[in-house]
Design a protein around this ligand. Structure first.
Ligand code: 6LW
Length: 503
């Protein structure tokens, strides 16, 4: 093999960057499938495929029609879809999840994880969040939820068979035992949970028993993984799901964050999906920690085709990466009105409103830029970086005028304005790590501007990124960058998203 063809010594972690929390993975032969939480966004539950555990491609969203996913207008951000579990059993894929805003626990099935997925089977007798599914040798289906409680269910009808009962409370003194996953591995049933809350104390703990309902013996080394108090660029590690690699080695997918800037740091991309190696010692899983690079696996790699920087909106259906806030009301978002354009029709008056019309994609890189060509026609709309209704920055075009707005908590401010020629205009944002300014250094800066006809980017305002971080805003999501309509009907010819090298 020539020098150039040598594989890189490492592969990057996170394996799925950006707001992709609560990963659940399942293996079917040579194929791996993974799902994540999606909260207030529609369509819900991104579905990824991989053949090597390190290269993942989004193949759809499990919940892509209103009969599967209702996200009512009064549901707060970070409500909605929490913590799915994906399993393959009896020739079908099973997905169990909580819609915190509408309907509680429910499950869906599919023969192809790319879809279509069934309408929901509701589970009114299953309490709480973070449901897991496991089948024993008799075909009994065990549903285990945060707490940690368990109940047998009939997954075809949603009926509970008995009363839910507590099977483990996690480590004494640790809070929030949640995100259970139950597996038969060798002679034991292993119960893997998250503990400590999803912030800096987050960790993974394990118990094992001889039957799926216990009794469970906690691992003496719990938590088997935490970065609490550890100086690492990767924090909040937890919410793991176990899987075997093609060579038979064991791994976990889990969520973690990458805080940047001064102490304690701000993470802006949400909780991301990482991969970590697992060893078995005396029948217990041992996890060394989570690193930003993984040794290149020994098994064959199947690099994913890089997503093109530009979406021209030439297809009738939007790529599954595009997500809206709550529902997509009929006629509010279409590629059919102007060929090759995405048309958005305002419902709410701004991104402050729960019924804002917004179509975006997750920010997946610490440094990146986005551009969109907007024809505001007789309306108003623009390019926004959104964390939730109370935390977003945007550059907005109306006929003959461009303005930059910042919404931070209760305050909304116009930070820049500039006249532009009537008609279409290219709006942009450049996101870059913040230059050092001692302990007060934030994670990044966001420069909003317009692209002139000669291609130069004129910055109208540069805003501090910390206010669009989870440490400031709270919640469970991450930044989403996209297009919105604030008044009337606006049209977008294209949207470019490109990672930039880190300085
Ligand atoms: C969730 C819980 C958690 O359902 O955060 O990190 C909550 N873990 O398990 C929302 O993702």
């Amino acid at each position: 093999m020539s020098e150039q063809l040598q594989p890189a010594a490492t592969v990057p972690n996170p394996v799925i960057p950006g707001f992709h929390p609560d990963p659940s993975v399942c293996r079917v032969g040579d194929d791996y499938y993974l799902v994540c939480s999606s909260f207030e966004y529609f369509p819900g539950i991104p579905v990824f495929h991989s053949r090597d555990l390190v290269n993942w491609t989004q193949i759809g969203n499990a919940l892509d029609r209103p009969s599967q996913l209702r996200l009512p207008r009064d549901m707060p951000s970070s409500g909605g879809i929490y913590a799915p579990t994906l399993r393959h059993h009896d020739g079908r894929f099973w997905l169990i999840v909580t819609n915190v805003g509408d309907g509680g626990n429910m499950l869906f099935t599919a023969t192809d994880p790319a879809g279509p997925w069934s309408d929901p089977v509701r589970l009114p007798g299953v309490p709480g969040i973070d449901p897991d599914l496991a089948w024993d040798e008799d075909g009994t289906c065990w549903c285990t939820v945060a707490g940690v409680s368990q109940v047998r269910i009939d997954p075809t009808t949603g009926e509970t068979l008995g009363e839910p009962y507590r099977i483990w409370s996690g480590t004494p003194g640790a809070m929030a035992p949640e995100a259970p996953h139950l597996y038969r591995i060798g002679d034991h049933w292993y119960l893997v949970i998250a503990e400590g809350g999803t912030e800096r104390s987050h960790g993974v703990s394990v118990a094992r028993g001889r039957t799926p309902s216990g009794p469970f013996e906690p691992c003496p080394a719990n938590p088997v993984l935490t970065h609490r108090g550890i100086a690492s660029p990767i924090q909040n590690t937890g919410h793991a799901d176990l899987v075997q690699a093609p060579d038979g080695s064991w791994w976990m997918v889990l969520l973690a964050v990458r805080p940047r800037g001064g102490t304690p740091g701000w993470h802006v991309l949400g909780r991301e999906t990482f991969l970590a190696p697992v060893e078995w010692v005396d029948g217990w899983p041992v996890v060394g920690g989570v690193t930003s690079e993984l040794p290149t696996p020994a098994w064959p790699l199947h690099p994913a085709v890089a997503a093109p920087a530009r979406d021209d909106f030439d297809q009738a259906e939007l790529h599954p990466r595009w997500i809206s806030v709550r529902e997509r009301p009929e006629g509010s978002c279409t590629t059919k009105e102007r060929s090759g354009w995405l048309t958005l029709r305002a419902v709410g008056a701004s991104l402050d409103d729960n019924d804002a019309v917004f179509v975006g994609r997750r920010q997946q890189h610490l440094a990146c830029r986005a551009r969109t060509l907007i024809d505001p026609a007789d309306g108003r709309g623009g390019l926004a970086v959104r964390l939730d209704e109370e935390h977003h920055y945007e550059i907005e075009a109306a006929d003959g005028e461009v303005k930059v707005f910042a919404r931070i908590g209760p305050l909304r401010t116009e930070v820049a304005t500039r006249p532009v020629p009537a008609g279409a205009v290219v709006l942009g944002v450049e996101i870059a790590p913040e230059p050092p300014r001692g302990a007060r250094t934030g994670p990044d800066t966001l420069s909003f501007g317009i692209e002139e006809h000669n291609g130069t980017f004129t910055v109208l305002a540069t805003l501090a990124g910390r206010y669009l971080s989870t440490e400031v805003a709270g919640g469970f999501t991450g930044r989403v960058i996209g297009m919105y309509a604030a008044a009337g009907t606006v049209h977008f010819d294209r949207f470019d998203y490109e990672p930039l090298p880190l300085p």
